[in-house]
Design a protein around this ligand. Structure first.
Ligand code: MV4
Length: 479
């Protein structure tokens, strides 16, 4: 078969929707998301190929796949990010498609090009969209043209200090300088006045150059205490785009999310409708297909602004699955095979409330990594609890990768019930042998602000400072 015909974008006739989308799929990832994709493939009758590094030989994603290929030593640059090795594994096993999960190769446009050249379907959007959304200044220009609300800021890249000063006067301080190739918080500088702008502008550029080999930066009005709201969308190759509601992702530390929930406690029905419809319009404007996320910042007045678009399945997709009843990974696989979305917006109902705690192998109050062997393990269960994890008793958590070891998701008919279930799930979860962030989650979900839903992206920082003061006072009192 010619390579072009096997790429989803060029598929001629849709595969009948009751057929398995593919015969065999390779999962280019590890840990819970690799397992999650394998589960979706099993339900769809798709054969699976796991790839793994030497550190992951005994991982569950390897155990539960139909075939497995070792692709290199533990460092991800030599294994999970090694494009020739991943492609070779797909060719040797005859996999028709590659699901990238999140992280690693999931937003690598070059990898998508290589897949296409090799006649392998990439389970995701086309390379051009990934490239465009990876360039934040360009993504903003495209979304602005589509009528998506924008933060006041520069029109594209700011080339010189002089231009930065003029832009900042127009925008009004405080302003934020962001790396165009950045995202997720890397390469940003907040600036309060004209005196400090030249130096901050230059360090932002230098840092962007070092981190992304691209020193392009743009500027925006800096919102002091925004909420981070993101809308889950799904699109297919026939121009259908639906949204699955929003997620509240404001509980973050150094741009790492700790807790997410859906729906957001901050949105009225009217605001929800407007933000979700805006996300659909944005995705349609770029002809988007696959699962995707439109990220917004929401200010205290209820105005929202486009921030970024993610072109992959996200860690926190599970909470959306709980409130929508849809399997996002199965939809990704169907769409990549040229099938239509299994549901229309009109058929879709969002029901109840879901909260996710990301359980990391870290010291819960110092945030230092804590790899090691799981000596005892009890996963909580009962009504409304879902755990996505590749942990098992005696598993060894390697030090080479992301420290997330489980996603604990609680669903309830409303937020109060979801929270009560999360509380009792955390109280009956046992993970011994390593430290985890579970005790911190327990503290957060018991705090009055969290219970009220009264928090912004600034909130966790202050909460952690207060916890630290409390801890130091307790030490002093014990002396
Ligand atoms: C902002 C902002 C305030 N104003 N942009 C952080 C991640 C990156 N994607 C963009 N980020 C921010 N952009 C303007 N114009 C505040 C943040 C921000 C933030 C955003 C979402 C979640 C947590 C955050 C923590 C600090 C700063």
């Amino acid at each position: 078969m010619s390579p072009l015909k096997r790429s989803s974008a060029h598929r001629k006739a849709p595969v009948k929707s009751d057929d398995p989308p593919f015969k065999k799929v390779l999962i280019a990832n590890r840990g819970e998301i690799a397992l999650r994709v394998i589960l979706a493939c099993k339900e769809l009758g798709i054969q699976t190929v796991a790839v793994y590094s030497e550190a992951d030989r005994h991982s569950l994603h390897v155990r539960f796949a139909d075939e497995e290929v070792c692709i290199g030593p533990p460092p991800s640059g030599k294994s999970y990010l090694n494009i020739p090795q991943v492609i070779a594994a797909a060719e040797i096993t005859g996999a028709e498609a590659i699901h990238p999960g999140y992280g690693f190769l999931s937003e690598n446009a070059h990898f998508v090009d290589v897949c296409q050249a090799c006649g392998i379907v990439f389970v995701g959007p086309n390379a051009d969209i990934i490239r465009m959304m990876g360039n934040k200044a360009q993504a903003k220009a495209t979304m602005k043209a589509a009528g998506v609300p924008m933060m006041p800021g520069s029109e594209g890249v700011v080339e010189t200090v002089e231009e930065a000063l003029i832009e900042a006067e127009k925008i009004g301080y405080p302003v934020i300088v962001k790396a165009s190739a950045g995202g997720g918080g890397r390469g940003m500088r907040i600036c309060n006045n004209a005196e400090e702008l030249p130096e901050l502008y230059n360090t932002a550029r230098t840092e962007a150059k070092a981190a992304f080999n691209d020193d392009a930066v743009y500027m925006e009005k800096y919102l002091l205490e925004p909420r981070h709201i993101e809308v889950q969308i799904l699109g297919d190759l026939y121009g259908n785009v639906i949204h699955l509601g929003e997620r509240e992702c404001s509980i973050q530390r150094r741009h790492q999310k700790l807790i997410e929930e859906s729906p957001s406690p901050a949105l009225s029905a009217d605001l929800r409708k407007r933000i979700c419809e805006t996300a659909v319009r944005a995705a349609k404007a770029v002809g988007y297909y696959n699962a995707g996320t439109i990220e917004f910042l929401l200010d205290a007045r209820g105005d929202f602004f486009f921030m970024e678009m993610n072109t992959r399945v996200q860690v926190e997709h599970a909470i959306t699955e709980m409130v929508s009843g849809l399997d996002i990974v199965k939809e990704q696989l169907r769409v990549a095979a040229g099938q239509k979305l299994s549901i229309t917006q009109e058929e879709m109902t969002l029901r109840g409330h879901a909260i996710e705690c990301r359980i990391n192998a870290e010291d819960p109050f110092k945030f230092t990594p804590c790899p090691g062997r799981i000596s005892a393990l009890n996963f909580p269960g009962g009504p409304g609890i879902r755990i996505d994890s590749a942990m098992y008793q005696d598993a060894v958590i390697p030090p080479h990768y992301d420290s997330m070891v489980a996603k604990l998701v609680a669903y309830g008919s409303d937020r109060t019930e979801a929270l009560a279930r999360m509380r009792r799930a955390l109280d009956t979860m046992v993970i011994e042998g390593i430290k985890t962030t579970a005790p911190l989650h327990r503290r957060i979900i018991d705090s009055p602000d969290f219970i009220k839903g009264a928090f912004s992206t600034k909130w966790l920082e202050v909460f952690l400072e207060d916890l630290e003061k409390e801890r130091l006072a307790a030490i002093k009192a014990a002396e």
